[in-house]
Design a protein around this ligand. Structure first.
Ligand code: VGL
Ligand code: ZN
Length: 201
């Protein structure tokens, strides 16, 4: 069990109901995640942590619409509402989360030129956040991933962890997705399953 870490993805105020980029039922993951923590010796969290001039914000692209997909420095980019700006309360981890049990927080999305859905790498796989290396240093071989949002940051974190050689479980009851297009969450879960992620229902 000592080689198994829990990764809490982006359980932050702006992704909760009432937040800037609210995930439906996002608040329901908090009590489940709190209970899950009992089962893991190592718990890490990722934190979306954008500068105000981040290229994923629709407001930084005059004439473009919210949720439109643009080319951002060579990568497709969904344009999101301003969210998780560094130092704002929206970027804080959800207050209901037992934060004192989190060993280490890994921040991502800090480079205005590129987004970072995964907690391990930016979307261009150019820079590591240090999470994979840190987990290996702790002797971790297996990770359970949960949080927000299933069809974006949870999915890319799970797939990057798999590609890094970790055995990966997606904990569905402790995860919720955006479903910008209906069915996105189901598609994301199927993609993870087909690539080798164990789905815990
Ligand atoms: C996320 C969109 C933009 C997420 C972060 O945490 O899934 N989604 N930034
Ligand atoms: Zn973001």
């Amino acid at each position: 069990m000592n080689d198994h870490a829990l990764i809490l993805v982006d359980i932050q105020n702006d992704f909760l109901p009432g937040g800037a980029l609210a995930v439906p039922e996002g608040d329901l993951v908090i009590p489940v995640a709190n209970r899950l923590m009992d089962d893991f010796p190592i718990i890490v969290a990722t934190q979306d942590w954008h500068p105000a001039d981040h290229g994923s914000f629709a407001g930084n692209h005059p004439g473009k619409q919210l949720f439109e997909v643009i080319d951002l420095n060579g990568l497709p980019q969904v344009l999101w509402p301003v969210h998780c700006v560094q130092g704002t309360s929206g970027a804080d981890l959800a207050p209901g989360l037992q934060a004192e049990r989190i060993t280490k927080v890994f921040r991502k999305g800090t480079d205005p030129a590129i987004d970072s859905y995964s907690g391990l790498y930016d979307n261009g796989h150019r820079k590591s956040t240090g999470l994979a290396e840190w987990l290996r240093e702790q002797g971790v071989n297996r990770v359970t991933v949960c949080g927000l949002a299933t069809d974006y940051c949870v999915k890319f974190t799970a797939l990057d962890a798999l590609a890094e050689g970790f055995a990966v479980t997606l904990h569905l009851p402790a995860s919720r997705g955006v479903n910008l297009t209906p069915g996105d969450v189901d598609k994301a879960v199927e993609e993870m399953r087909s690539k080798g992620v164990t789905i815990q229902e």
